[in-house]
Design a protein around this ligand. Structure first.
Ligand code: ZN
Length: 147
């Protein structure tokens, strides 16, 4: 039988990777030389940015849901999500798009109308698909069209 010898770290090498949390009064250790312990990971700029984006997205959706004629920001997070999804996955039904970016169909229509008015997307009603609405990126440059 083959004997596998595990490379053991010297007992103190692990200690050197640990720091104390930067939060005043917190005595927790951190791992991987992170500045904050697990209880204070939300202080990391990356996490704060993520949280801010999620909050902004939620605010956008709540405001769109509570207004019959919401002001849709063309450079807002939802519009960006819609364009990114179409860019990545190609044309799709409004239902699928809503499902993909987690926006209810009653709300997504506000965004689609706005993007359509701004010539960012095209809405095609397709008889092949039981008259479902198919959403596609608006290609106004001829170089974008396939030959
Ligand atoms: Zn801490």
């Amino acid at each position: 039988m083959k004997c596998i010898r595990l490379e053991m770290e010297p007992p103190n090498s692990h200690r050197s990777n640990r720091n104390l949390c930067d939060i005043k009064g917190c005595h927790n250790e951190t791992s991987d030389k992170k500045p904050f312990c697990i209880a204070h990971l939300d202080r990391l700029p990356y996490v704060q940015n993520l949280e801010k984006n999620l909050l902004d997205r939620e605010h956008e959706l709540v405001s769109a849901a509570n207004n019959t004629r919401p002001r849709i920001k063309i450079d807002g997070i939802i519009c960006r999500d819609i364009l990114a999804a179409l860019h990545h996955y190609g044309p799709m039904s409004d239902k699928k798009l809503g499902f993909l970016i987690e926006v209810r169909s009653s709300i997504i229509n506000h965004y689609l109308r706005r993007l359509q008015n701004k010539k960012q997307i095209r809405v095609i009603s397709s008889k092949n698909y039981k008259n479902r609405r198919i959403i596609a990126l608006h290609r106004n440059k001829s170089s974008d069209e396939p030959n």
